[in-house]
Design a protein around this ligand. Structure first.
Ligand SMILES: Nc1ncnc2c1ncn2[C@@H]1O[C@H](COP(=O)(O)OP(=O)(O)O)[C@@H](O)[C@H]1O
Length: 200
């Protein structure tokens, strides 16, 4: 494991930002931080860097849809698709990653990507850091109603991160299809990449 250096100034800024979030969101971020720290420890990853990234992952979750769309443009992020324009809440990871980089100095590309893709999954598969942040978010006990197979996911996440990612993406896509929802293509691409990497 290589340690990712993060200055005290960046850590302080992020802590201050999270303390200003609405209480429910702040508590979600803190629970996700703890779950991510436990997973990072188990997988021999950088506990401090991953914990901080997990704490910060929803830094802009409270932004309105309009605000997300405006920031996508202001930050020169990729053009918004028709699907994203109709469902701008899905953009909060992308906007959050860029805001944390620009305003708080969280620049490391692995940490940036982990926040950027934490909602849909990364079309290029993602690394262990991204997997931990992604899965920790889905393992918040508050989400058990949405993901009733959470205990199974937790056990898999503790032992095999790519398999846990594939399981989550499969079950979540099925859940959304059952509800009649549209699926963001990044989730399908992320799953395809993980399947290819696993040789299935
Ligand atoms: N793969 C997907 N396809 C379509 N919509 C999605 C997908 N993943 C998440 N969403 C939607 O994006 C929004 C934010 O996702 P949510 O899971 O609540 O946030 P978070 O990733 O912070 O937990 C929700 O409206 C959710 O239904």
């Amino acid at each position: 494991m290589t340690t990712i250096e993060i200055s005290d100034r960046v850590v302080d800024r992020i802590h201050r930002r999270i303390r200003r979030l609405p209480p429910g969101l702040q508590e979600h971020c803190q629970r996700v931080e703890q779950i991510a720290r436990d997973l990072a420890e188990r997988h021999g990853q950088d506990v401090e860097a991953i914990g901080l990234t997990a704490l910060a992952h929803d830094a802009t979750k409270h932004f309105s849809g309009v605000e997300n769309l405006l920031r996508m443009e202001e930050y020169d992020l990729p053009p918004v698709t028709a699907f994203e324009r109709r469902n701008p809440a899905i953009l909060h990871g992308m906007v959050g990653a860029e805001l944390l980089k620009r305003e708080d100095g969280l620049r490391h590309p692995q940490l940036y990507n982990a926040v950027y893709w934490h909602t849909t999954g990364d079309p290029s598969g993602g690394d262990e850091i991204a997997h931990i942040v992604f899965l920790a978010d889905k393992l918040d006990p508050v989400k058990v109603k949405r993901y009733p197979w959470q205990a199974e996911l937790k056990e898999l996440a503790e032992n095999d991160l790519p398999s846990a990612m594939t399981m989550f993406l499969t079950r979540n896509v099925v859940r959304m299809l059952d509800k009649g929802s549209a699926i963001h293509p990044a989730a399908i691409e992320a799953r395809n990449t993980l399947l290819l990497e696993a040789g299935s």
